[in-house]
Design a protein around this ligand. Sequence first.
Ligand SMILES: [Zn+2]
Length: 221
Amino acid sequence: MDDQERGIRQTIIDLCLEMNANGLNQGTSGNISFRHGERMLITPTATPYEQLTPEMIVSMPLAGDGSHWEGPIAPSVEWRFHREILLRRPDMNAVVHAHATFCTVIAITRRAIPACHYMVAAFGGNDVKCSGYARYGTAELSVLALEALEGRTACLLANHGMIAMGETLDKAMWRAVELETLAKQYYYSLQLPGGPAILSDAEIDETLRGFGSYGLLPDPA
Ligand SMILES: [Zn+2]
């Protein structure tokens, strides 16, 4: 591997450590992938992040049946939806998956996060959808995840967790953290009498225009 690829692999490891440090994830349930040419770089299965070295990040062709991966350890069991997202979403280059607590709490109730805060627009529209349920690691889950991601840059996975995407690894992680914050705010607002007031489509459209394409704030405010 050249220096550039080594740098990407190290960034993946750094972000894995970051998502455990900031509470987005615990243990090794989260996984991160990045488009590198015609291949995908992805975290290996069930390996404590503290033990990861750049050589342990798995390289897998985006084409094919997924059996021709390279590395000392098999890829994350969720390699299918990572690969399908990178194949079907050429606008996105990085995928973060985690069982973030508040996202997962909402996903357990199988509801979308509505426009309860203007930051919902950071995910491309007026809600963040929750996918249907399929067992982890299955091709069926990939299909359901892609459905929930249509027109969006993140989704919840029913009874499982969340997915956030980005043009870069840093943007994917930024969205993952913002999504967990939004899920937490929505969860707490549900506890209060009357529940959340939901912003109108016009109000979200106005926010989207302010954010620019894909709802990424140039300077989060
Ligand atoms: Zn998972």
